[in-house]
Design a protein around this ligand. Structure first.
Ligand SMILES: Cc1cc2nc3c(=O)[nH]c(=O)nc-3n(C[C@H](O)[C@H](O)[C@H](O)COP(=O)(O)OP(=O)(O)OC[C@H]3O[C@@H](n4cnc5c(N)ncnc54)[C@H](O)[C@@H]3O)c2cc1C
Length: 441
């Protein structure tokens, strides 16, 4: 940007959360003046580099129930399922080819230790009268995943996959057409805590009545938010196109798959017949900056390749065509947290997607839009807003403790993968790790 401008709402961060928020504000109030400020290009953060799993919050129902009553937990889980349909409808309405495919999700066990990891979640669903998961036989799981390393699993049909960068690009285009001004390559340096807030950014400043912080893991640099999240690495490798090999092994249904490790493996096929295989490697850095390790980390790539070969040993000759990483904004219970910065009434945040933000960011957009517009509705008053969450320790304890616990989890899961009993000290230390993609049992 160059010079100064004014806005009703300034959204900082041009990922899924920021763009859904801006779009929702424009939908509710078409005449509003909305700007998006993005340090990179839209999608340059996690939104353009993720695994493309569009998931619901059903695997987090027990975590939701830990701070919501039954009605609110079911409302949020059902809304997250509806969000998947809304993303499909959005793509159809705006002719966005984001490779949307709704073929469901297989939550599997690939070691004895992982067997039944879903039991508490499935029971919690039953207790609230929902049945999103179907239990499959071991044979069926091995057949559908194309690998007998999968010993058991459940299936959730609502889940979809997208090409995430194509979705962000499409959303950006719709936002521009709706009159939202997007300033890319515009890093926000500071914002004042007043009304209006003055936002100082590269090249200029914005005076905005309301501000939305949608900066994902980068929010760790904001003092009031720094202890709510810890930025952790997630890494992805993508094979060359292998459509015939997928046919051979039998993974042809387009299901997305995860195992039940805390350092979760997540994998899916792409439209051109590749496998995108990711791992929440959990690598962390000292302090709040999102350094190079969050774009590419050799150790994380090696861990991801190792788990890929363990999962699909018959594909050991397949070439890995691409590898990259990105930052995850992990909260303690792996659900996001929304609120308004203390001492302000107009600076709102929505962070902590914890590796499941592609689908739920749609809900985040509704929550943040309602907060920014000062609307009292089912979104701004839902229990994710202003909730008390367990916080991470300050530095240097976060880095030292986090590294110790991460190493213990890696050793524990590595031994389990080899069919060995993990060491007691690693099991004990691993208990201090935050929750993963699914409910922590
Ligand atoms: C490797 C990887 C795989 C993943 N896989 C999945 C998956 O399969 N399914 C799923 O649901 N989720 C997945 N996730 C998580 C998902 O990508 C995120 O939850 C989601 O994209 C969050 O959207 P966001 O808008 O909050 O974040 P982002 O897309 O990161 O947007 C935040 C933006 O803020 C910008 N920003 C930061 N600081 C500033 C500043 N000072 N000034 C201006 N702009 C700033 C950043 O550049 C960034 O573009 C994955 C994440 C990673 C990294």
């Amino acid at each position: 940007m160059t010079g100064s401008t004014v806005a009703d709402v300034a959204v900082i961060g041009g990922g899924f959360v920021g763009l859904w928020t801006a779009l929702e504000i424009k939908r509710v109030l078409p005449g509003s003046n909305v700007v998006v400020l993005e340090r990179d290009v839209c999608g340059g953060g996690a939104s353009g580099r993720n695994g493309g799993f569009v998931m619901s919050w059903w695997p987090k129902i027990a975590s939701l129930l830990s701070f919501c009553n039954v009605e609110d937990a079911v409302f949020l889980a059902q809304s997250s399922e509806r969000a998947i349909d809304e993303i499909r409808a959005f793509c159809e309405t705006h002719a966005i080819d984001a490779h949307f495919r709704q073929s469901g999700w297989l939550w599997t066990a690939t070691t004895e230790a992982q067997l039944d990891s879903w039991r508490e979640t499935v029971e919690a669903c039953a207790n609230v009268g929902a049945q999103p998961f179907t239990t499959l036989t071991a044979r069926e799981v091995a057949r559908r995943t194309g690998s007998s390393v999968h010993r058991a699993g459940v299936f959730e049909r609502s889940n979809a996959t997208v090409q995430p960068a194509a979705l962000v690009k499409g959303m950006r285009g719709v936002a521009l057409a709706a009159g939202i001004r997007i300033f890319e390559n515009t890093k926000v340096r500071d914002f004042s805590r007043g009304r209006p807030s003055t936002i100082s950014a590269d090249g200029g400043e914005v005076r905005a009545a309301a501000v939305v912080l949608a900066t994902n893991a980068w929010a760790a640099a904001i003092p009031e938010l720094s202890r709510l999240i810890v930025p952790v690495n997630s890494s992805i490798i993508v094979t060359e196109p292998i459509p015939e090999r997928l046919e051979q092994i039998g993974w042809t249904g387009g299901e997305s798959i995860t195992d039940s490790q805390l350092m979760v493996n997540y994998y899916r096929t792409t439209r051109d017949g590749r496998i995108a295989f990711g791992k929440g490697s959990g690598a962390i850095e000292y302090g709040a900056s999102i350094g190079k390790r969050f774009s590419y980390d050799e150790e994380s790539r090696e861990l991801t390749c190792r788990d890929f070969l363990r999962t699909f040993p018959m594909l050991k000759d397949v070439r890995i065509a691409h590898a990259w990483a990105g930052p995850i904004d992990r909260t303690y219970d792996s659900l996001p947290v929304f609120g308004t910065l203390d001492g302000t009434q107009n600076i709102h945040y929505g962070i902590g997607w914890s590796g499941n933000g592609v689908g739920p960011s749609r809900i985040g957009g509704k929550i943040l839009a309602s907060l920014a517009l000062g609307k009292k509705d089912e979104w701004s008053t839902c229990p994710l807003v202003g909730r008390a969450t367990r916080t991470f320790p300050p530095e240097p304890f976060r880095f030292i403790g986090g590294s110790l616990v991460r190493r213990a989890v890696l050793r524990k899961e590595q031994r389990e993968n080899l069919g060995l009993r993990p060491r007691a000290v690693d099991v004990a230390l691993a208990r201090f790790a935050p929750a993963g993609l699914e409910d922590k049992s």
